[in-house]
Design a protein around this ligand. Structure first.
Ligand code: PBE
Length: 267
């Protein structure tokens, strides 16, 4: 284990992901509010998990901007640091959001998207398969084939369409790569010609607000994407939760770090 003093001596950064993500914004807020002598280093999800792997292999201290559902909790022994100031919010949800007008223009797609609801275990299966090397599309296909009953609850009674175009936007976060690829296949079963557009967080919200894209299953509310929601809420529609579970974000460390709270990161 690493003591609080050893951690304070060696740790200079919080390893972040993409700069537009809610966890990075909130990590910066945490540095301010807790008065930490650490810099939030933005990078990418894949670089963050690589840094985690490296630090763990050397038994070094590391703090990352983390969230679950995410495969890192199955792969490594990790824990969230307590957040007594509530910087990372309370009860969070993963929501489906759509551009205004989708309900009228493409009611079948709207209905499927509105029905889409799966569990943390479901999402975990797809995410772990991708992490282990299965292509995104194949991991999604395997899950859909194995879960016909669940999928039919989302599509039951919905009329098929004839090759209508539909554009889904998402950000390259492991959890959202999984959900986006699954809902794409389900919408294709209904007859949509689904395009995926991978963008930065801000553009995900923007593209829906100005009608360039149709929907996204990658909105984290009410807290993680609060500022995007505030900016765009009048021009999008929130279709509610698509994950049955307790998604969460925060600062995550290996269990061998002998600290419990973000406050313990104070030098
Ligand atoms: N995440 C995953 C995103 C939302 C989904 C928690 C990394 C974020 O904006 O922080």
């Amino acid at each position: 284990t690493l003591s609080k003093e050893e951690i304070a001596k060696d740790l200079t950064v919080i390893t972040g992901i993409d700069p537009g993500s809610g966890v990075v914004t909130n990590a910066e807020k945490a540095v301010d509010e807790y008065g930490l002598d650490l810099t939030v280093q933005a990078s990418q999800s894949a670089a963050m998990t690589q840094a985690l792997e490296d630090a763990i292999s050397k038994n070094e201290p590391i703090v990352v901007t983390g969230w679950n559902p995410h495969w890192k909790f199955t792969r490594y022994e990790l824990k969230y640091l307590e957040d007594p100031k509530g910087v990372f919010g309370e009860a969070e949800g993963i929501h489906t959001i759509a551009r205004s007008g989708l309900k009228d223009d493409k009611p079948e797609a709207y209905e499927v998207l509105d029905n889409f609801l799966w569990s943390e275990e479901d999402m975990g299966e797809v995410m772990v398969a991708i992490e282990e090397g299965t292509a995104d599309v194949d991991a999604a296909k395997d899950w859909v084939e194995k879960n016909e009953e669940k999928v039919s609850e989302w599509t039951n009674g919905i009329e098929k369409v004839d090759s209508e175009e539909l554009m889904l936007v998402y950000v390259n976060w492991d959890s959202e790569v999984a959900s986006t690829n699954v809902i794409k296949l389900v919408l294709e079963e209904i007859g949509y010609n689904v395009q995926l557009s991978e963008v930065e967080s801000a553009f995900m919200w923007q593209a829906l607000a100005n009608g360039e894209a149709d929907a996204s299953v990658a909105a984290w509310l009410p807290d993680t994407h609060a500022s995007y929601y505030a900016d765009y809420k009048d021009d999008i529609e929130d279709l509610g939760k698509n994950l049955d579970g307790e998604p969460k974000t925060g600062l995550v460390v290996p269990k061998y770090m002998d600290i419990d709270s973000i406050e313990d990161l104070k030098a």
